[in-house]
Design a binder for this molecule. Structure first.
Ligand code: ADP
Length: 668
């Protein structure tokens, strides 16, 4: 950097964006100072930075959003600049004002600009003045319900009530008709008060068939402003982005340039500085129409999805931010910025798609991103590694994967290939959904609205696993039982037939297998009345390969012992799915059997039990056959777990028993 003013940069953030800022700053010879909470002691960003300061506590309010303390740390450790990343303090005008008062360099626009753009009412008023079309509605000051009801009726229905200080899709309610309005307003304004400490709302015409299109802009202190074209962020859940792309699909050159120029005009009108995004909403009821695209809001910071713009314009936007804050000129002029190819970003979240995208927390015990050497068109931006915990206190995003291709189809293909090789175990993620979305015809055709995920959720979560894989799972678990015991195969079970029953739970459903082991590499699996004969089986700790009807089939997997239940939990990875399997067989191995059931015999499954010649107070020896269980058209011998004396028999001969029922106890 020229005449370097920024000597040492404090990064007031965590996760992937903190890591990226640290890496870019180092390239520009800026010293880096990370901060971290109690929960991030071992996080990647603390290791990458030149220095890292611990802030006690784990709540964001006491750590990453503790503005006063962060400024004190910067001064104490001689950092003269602060990069806020996105989220957290990045759009907090009071914090920025405080940074300015303390004569530190803030990487972003000044506090006045942030304050004006941070409130949707002020932003809309300013943008209207600058000549931008805004979504029809009411964005004045008055908040009396009578007045607003009148305004709402004028705007018409359906209508959106939006918290003026809102963000992240919160503080928004739809009023479908007149009768809904007062409840929608109350709910939105209450949510706004709780989340943003500001109950004021604006009203907007609700656009049912909408696309989210945004323009990346950059401005320096010399009055130069450029745009870096558009991104499409229509694939959303709960009004939050999931997959983004650049440029926007099915947008003609005329509209593309029109939006770019409009955004530059807006940035000039407010004398903007640094990186910013102008978000537009396009009403596509009758196809995309230049006259039906409206300004929605401006984000005065770097966005999560900025890498797709970097990919298609061959730029490095974090470097640009730092250079502009350093007082330098924009490195290029508008004419130099050209679109090259197409880029997609997928956000990998710890969330349960089946439970309305509920954020998940827990330990990621295995995380493997494919080597980008084998995927030269992809990059991963992440701050997460194997062994990290995803906590409920911070954003559940694990990583962003960005793919660049010569054209849209190529970019999608690269991204699918990459995602389908990611392995993540220990926590539920949206990975399957991302792959399913990218394979979807509407997504491939670029024909989606902001409601696409919501409207197609039933189809998108209907993610059946192929029976062949389900069968192969049986082989893995059967083999694993052998691995975890030092005993020979025949010793593993307390019954002796060469048809072994195995019960597992997969996606909350139980599967009962019958397994016939012809040889270590030839195993037959029967379940749901279907038979699969696997041959040439090769298995190691994380992968199985076999032949099924002359075709190669393989699965990768990881397994871990659950510390609470003692269950062995397996996570399997196919090209489309990640799924967990728990071995539910009670009598899974001698080892477990003895641990759990030293003094009793428990029915391993439903069936009919015949009692051998035994009665209470009989002496028995370890391994004696005490019952025969008839189940799944097979007979299993249930044997005594140890030498001892029978205390009680709980069933009568020929009784139907259920799974886990206690059949017999031995005296202590
Ligand atoms: P936030 O600041 O909470 O992110 P935005 O104003 O950026 O809120 O809107 C987030 C998303 O909500 C948009 O991407 C879009 O999907 C939806 N949305 C916003 N305004 C409208 C509208 N007037 N009609 C329909 N959908 C809208």
């Amino acid at each position: 950097m020229n005449k370097q003013k920024i000597k040492k940069l404090l990064i007031a953030n965590r996760g992937e964006i903190a890591c990226k800022i640290i890496q870019r700053a180092k390239k520009l010879n800026i010293l880096t100072l990370a901060i971290y909470s109690d929960l991030d002691i071992d996080s990647l960003h603390t290791k990458l930075a030149d220095e890292a300061i611990h802030i006690k506590g784990f709540l964001v309010s006491e750590t990453y959003m503790n503005g006063n303390l962060i400024i004190q740390i910067a001064k104490k450790h001689k950092a003269n600049a602060i990069h806020p990343g996105y989220g957290l303090l990045s759009e907090n005008a009071d914090f920025i004002e405080n940074v300015e008062k303390n004569k530190l360099i803030f990487i972003g626009p000044n506090s006045n600009l942030v304050r004006n753009m941070g409130e949707k009412d002020k932003a809309k008023t300013l943008m209207e003045k600058a000549g931008l079309p805004v979504v029809p509605g009411y964005h004045g000051n008055k908040q009396e319900i009578k007045y607003l009801t009148n305004k709402a009726n004028q705007v018409g229905y359906p209508l959106l009530v939006k918290a003026r200080s809102g963000g992240g899709g919160r503080g928004m309610r739809i009023a479908e008709n007149k009768n809904d309005f007062s409840i929608a307003f109350q709910e939105a304004s209450n949510e706004a008060k709780t989340n943003f400490n500001d109950s004021n709302c604006i009203l907007e015409k609700y656009i049912p068939k909408a696309r989210h299109i945004e323009i990346q802009i950059f401005a320096d202190k010399f009055g130069n402003v450029v745009h870096l074209f558009d991104r499409d962020c229509s694939l959303q859940r709960r009004q939050q982005k999931v997959i983004e792309e650049a440029p926007s699909p099915n947008l003609n050159n005329e509209i593309q340039h029109f939006l770019g120029e409009l955004s530059v005009k807006a940035a000039r009108a407010i004398k903007y500085l640094g990186a910013g995004t102008i978000e537009f909403i396009a009403d596509i009821q009758n196809g995309i129409d230049k006259n039906k695209i409206y300004f929605m809001e401006m984000n005065t910071r770097i966005q999560v999805e900025h890498p797709v713009t970097e990919a298609i314009t061959s730029t490095n936007l974090i470097d640009w931010q730092l250079k502009i804050a350093n007082g330098e000129k924009l490195p290029v002029s508008q004419n130099d910025i050209k679109i090259n190819g197409w880029a997609f970003e997928a956000r990998l979240y710890a969330e349960d798609v089946n439970k309305n995208f509920l954020p998940q927390s827990g330990k990621i015990y295995h995380l493997k991103f494919p080597d980008t050497l084998n995927h030269p068109n992809c990059i991963v931006e992440t701050g997460t590694k194997s062994g990290d915990n995803i906590t409920p206190f911070y954003d559940p995003m694990i990583a962003k994967v960005i793919a660049h291709g010569n054209d849209r189809n190529a970019a999608i293909k690269h991204l699918i290939n990459y995602l389908s090789e990611i392995e993540i175990a220990g926590i539920t993620t949206n990975l399957d959904l991302l792959i399913k979305l990218l394979n979807n015809k509407n997504v491939k055709d670029g024909e989606v609205t902001t409601k696409f995920i919501e409207e197609n959720i039933k189809f998108l979560i209907n993610n059946e696993i192929d029976d062949r894989f389900k069968a192969l799972v049986g082989v893995v678990i059967f083999k694993a039982l052998k691995i975890i015991s030092t005993n020979t195969l025949s010793d593993l079970y307390i019954w002796k037939p060469n048809v072994y029953p195995l019960k597992i739970s997969m996606k909350e459903k139980e599967i009962l297998y019958k397994i016939v082991c012809y040889s270590p590499n030839e195993i037959e699996i029967e379940f749901n009345k279907k038979i699969f004969l696997f041959s040439s089986i090769i298995i190691n700790q994380s992968r199985i390969e076999a032949y099924l009807k002359g075709k190669n089939i393989n699965l990768s997997f990881q397994s871990i012992k659950d510390i609470n239940s003692g269950d062995q939990i397996f996570t399997f990875f196919t090209k489309q799915h990640t799924f967990e399997v728990i071995n539910k067989s009670l009598l899974q191995s001698k080892e477990n059997y003895i641990n759990n059931l030293e003094d009793s015999i428990i029915a391993p499954m439903h069936g009919i039990v015949k009692i051998k010649k035994i009665k209470a107070n009989s002496k028995v020896k370890k391994g004696d056959v005490l019952f025969i269980l008839e189940a799944m058209k097979m007979e299993f011998s249930l044997t005594s777990p140890r030498d001892g004396i029978i205390e009680r028999i709980f069933i009568i001969d020929g009784q139907q028993v259920s799974d886990k029922m206690k059949l017999l106890s031995l005296k202590k």
